[in-house]
Design a protein. Structure first.
Lengths: 120, 111
């Protein structure tokens, strides 16, 4: 059983470049969450997506950041024109939650290993 | 304002003792609370979930309590082992789409 996969594991970008972070959820999971984690800080929610839909992007900065989860392929978190303050670990999580479901079991999130972004 | 607070200082305990970690929250009404473990350089791993109407939940050497009056959860690891050394995160589920994470408490178990 493959877990949540993220790539690249490490990404170095210069200021002004674009960063693309990929996340493949666990098999059978159609719900993806993206979080950002700074050293010594908790995970900060960014966005929640289902296949082809953004459900909640209230944690995402309004500019330069975007996310998608296409029908085929991984979820992508895209950061345009990166700045030093974007340096962080970005984690993706997936869950088997189904639309409209309220089962608490389905709230468990399975995390990937993260992508560590360093902006020079 | 809404806050989740976990012990900011690391917890150092001797192998075999019980480790107790605290999670306090304000201005939330969580439907459930979760505990995750995170090792350096890795993603969090789910450990336990406790619902608002449950007082206590156990899993092997782990025990979680949830007091919605005190707005607090306690996470216990009994007979702790060096392999239990990690950062432990509490997370609140408000019943919506977001899970709100605390900053975590680092636990060091000495042999």
């Amino acid at each position: 059983n493959a877990g949540v996969m993220q790539n690249p594991r490490h990404l170095v970008r210069r200021r002004g470049q674009e960063a693309r972070l990929r996340c493949s959820p666990m098999k059978g999971h159609s719900h993806v969450y993206w979080y950002r984690q700074l050293p010594e800080e908790g995970l900060k929610f960014m966005v929640y997506l289902q296949k082809e839909n953004i459900i909640d992007e209230s944690g995402m900065p309004k500019e330069r950041f975007s996310a998608e989860f296409p029908k085929e392929g991984p979820s992508i978190l895209r950061i345009q024109q990166v700045v030093r303050g974007d340096s962080a670990a970005y984690f993706c999580a997936s869950s088997p939650r189904t639309s409209g479901g309220q089962s608490l079991i389905q709230e468990t999130q399975y995390f990937g290993p993260g992508t560590r972004l360093l902006v020079l | 304002s809404q806050k989740i607070e976990q012990n900011s200082e690391a917890l150092n305990i001797q192998e075999g003792k019980t480790a107790t970690l605290t999670c306090n929250y304000t201005n939330y009404s969580p439907a459930y609370l979760q505990w995750y473990r995170q090792d350096p350089g890795r993603g969090p791993v789910f450990l336990l979930l406790i619902r608002e109407n449950e007082k206590e939940k156990r899993k092997e050497r782990l025990k979680v309590t949830f007091d919605t009056t005190l707005k607090q959860s306690l996470f216990h690891i009994t007979a702790s082992q060096p392999a239990d050394s990690a950062t432990y995160l509490c997370a609140l589920g408000t019943g919506g789409f977001k899970t709100i994470f605390g900053a975590g408490t680092r636990l060091f178990v000495k042999a």
